[in-house]
Design a protein around this ligand. Sequence first.
Ligand SMILES: [Zn+2]
Length: 117
Amino acid sequence: MPPIDIDETLATLTEERSALLHQLAELGADESGELTGDMDYGDAFADAGAATAERTETMGIIENLKIHLDGVDRAIARIADGTYGICTVCGKKIPEDRMRYRPTSSQCIDCKKTASI
Ligand SMILES: [Zn+2]
């Protein structure tokens, strides 16, 4: 397999970033995950419970998008400072198939395992 093309990876991450921002905007949130305005949750007076549940669900989705966006941002930053593909814990090179599978990886499998125990 050819080595990872950093330019291509950066292009993919940049694309992913704008897709995530688009999804956040559609949910009424900005880049920081803050809601930017009043969302229309239907007739809140008729069914406040359902509106609250829907809002909670939306906040959960926004939270997940935000976590993903942070990962993409950090990967882009690591490409910029030349540390992309290097484990942030042990400083070893992360195997390329792992980077290919998950381009936002910041730790090698061993360190990730240790961290999640
Ligand atoms: Zn490591």
